[in-house]
Design a protein around this ligand. Structure first.
Ligand code: PHE
Length: 478
């Protein structure tokens, strides 16, 4: 247990290696796995996307997770100062701190719409909770969820929610409020505590529900969809989406890991820790796919259904299961937990910076940052109703038909995350002092050489090519 870290302002950091792993896995596992991954896999034709995604996670994501945690711990402060510190110790330009600034901005923007989507989850916690209560009152706890409704009525609930700006904003406020509360409570007393309670519970239920889905849904078709690559579907845009999703899901390039890394004790070996984070995150994404697509096919929904997909499929499935009222209720609570342990990492990045930069108390900083992100998120919520016709980047052909939420999501995912990752790769691979990098990584011999090769060569070249072919043709065509 002697692995306790400490934050720049002298606050207690993670109390142990396990605590750090849970917090980091909590940051990684979230709506990215359960909502964004199935949405993108469905929109991009399944197998080929999944294969490329896994390729990016292994060859690029995993090495970068280690790079970012290393940078954070070696720098020991907020994301911006940490990078500056490492640049200074490596006799490099302190302008590299711009890398930290880009990441924090990215995380802040992601938080703004992430909270809106998490609000949808809360809606379903309430709805399914009501159904569960109803089934209890009917003295029939094993009845189905959403009782008595047809499939169209169930899937239609999503449209009803989207049509109500007041509801969307209120739910978004609830979620952001919970996020602010935890971050304001501190690294040890807030973030760590939340992760150590919520993550284990989440994993147990996820496995149970997946096994259940395997027996009830159209499992074979889902497996074929997810794991049979159709390479004719592999366009540069699909590669760009897969790269963005790998980064998003691993919490890379958005300030989260840089910031969490700073709270890790000096005696924690980072390499196996990075491996565990990447494995847990990818495992959950695949499980989520195996849980959602059998249902999609069983009930004949379109896999390319977009952001509403999981909110329409899962209730339909729960509706058909014995005990579905209970399972559905618990399940949405667990998605909510997963989202919360991620959103706190999104808020912690900019908050830590504000604390360091302006010297204000943590509570004030968390509130100020969280409130600002909330206000930006409100525009995303309105993009489903009163501003449904607004296309913020409509002049650019890849965003031509993209509403506000999808635009912020797409811009951060397709552009900002890859750029942030590119900078980390170049900085750690080429500019940071090699001895510092080697000692911090905990890797030796061939493993160190391999890691450094992936960070210095494979990652920058791959990201550069993806950005070039994914974005430039679109820009030229606009
Ligand atoms: N990885 C989180 C998820 O998959 C989202 C996230 C991105 C969190 C970036 C922190 C930083 O839901």
């Amino acid at each position: 247990m002697a692995a306790a870290g400490i934050t720049a302002t002298g606050e207690q950091g993670w109390s142990s290696r396990t605590a750090f792993i849970l917090a980091a896995v909590g940051a990684a596992v979230g709506l990215g796995n359960i909502w964004r991954f199935p949405t993108l896999a469905g929109e991009n034709g399944g197998g080929a996307f999944v294969l490329v995604y896994i390729g990016f996670v292994v060859l690029l994501g995993l090495p970068l997770v280690l790079s970012e945690i290393f940078l954070g711990r070696a720098g020991g402060e907020d994301a911006i100062r940490s990078v500056r510190n490492v640049a200074e110790r490596s006799n490099r330009s302190t302008s590299w701190k711009g890398l930290g600034a880009l990441q924090i901005t990215t995380g802040f923007l992601i938080l703004s719409f992430y909270s809106v989507v998490a609000g949808w989850v809360i809606n379903y916690v309430f709805v399914s909770g009501g159904d569960f209560l109803g089934s209890l009152m009917a003295a029939d706890p094993f009845s189905v969820a959403f009782s008595g409704e047809t499939q169209d009525q169930i899937t239609g609930r999503m449209g009803d929610l989207f049509a109500s700006p007041g509801k969307l904003i209120l739910l978004h406020a609830l979620f952001m409020g919970a996020t602010i509360y935890i971050v304001a409570s501190g690294v040890h007393n807030g973030i760590e505590k939340a992760a150590t309670w919520l993550m284990p519970a989440f994993f147990v239920l996820l496995v149970i529900i997946t096994i259940y889905g395997a027996f009830t849904g159209n499992f074979a078709e889902a497996v074929a969809f997810l794991f049979t690559p159709d390479f004719s579907k592999l366009t540069p845009m699909v590669l760009n989406d897969a790269l963005g999703q790998a980064l998003f899901s691993l919490s890379l390039a958005a300030g989260g890991l840089l910031t969490y890394g700073a709270y890790v004790g000096k005696d924690v070996n980072l390499a196996p820790t990075a491996g565990m984070i990447a494995m847990a995150d990818t495992g959950v994404a695949i499980l989520a796919g195996l849980m959602i697509f059998p249902i999609v096919f069983a009930v004949g929904l379109d896999p390319a259904g977009g952001p509403a997909l999981i909110f329409q499929t899962l209730p339909v499935a729960f509706n058909a299961m014995p005990g579905g009222a209970l399972v559905g209720f618990v399940f949405f609570i667990l998605i909510f937990f997963a989202a919360l342990t991620s959103s706190i990492s999104l808020l912690e990045g900019p908050t830590a910076w504000v604390i360091d930069r302006f010297g204000i108390p943590r509570k004030m900083a968390a509130l100020a940052v969280g409130f600002t992100a909330f206000m930006i998120g409100v525009t995303a919520a309105l993009g489903y109703n009163v501003w449904a016709d607004v296309r913020p980047l409509g002049f650019w052909n890849i965003f031509a038909d993209t509403d506000i939420l999808d635009t912020v999501d797409g811009f951060t995912g397709k552009i900002m995350l890859p750029f942030g990752a590119l900078l980390v790769a170049v900085f750690v691979g080429w500019r940071a002092d090699v001895n510092l990098v080697k000692a911090g990584s905990g890797l030796e011999g061939g493993m160190f050489v391999l890691w450094r090769f992936l960070v210095a060569w494979a990652a920058p070249i791959a990201v550069f090519l993806v950005l070039l072919f994914g974005l430039v043709p679109g820009l030229l065509a606009s």
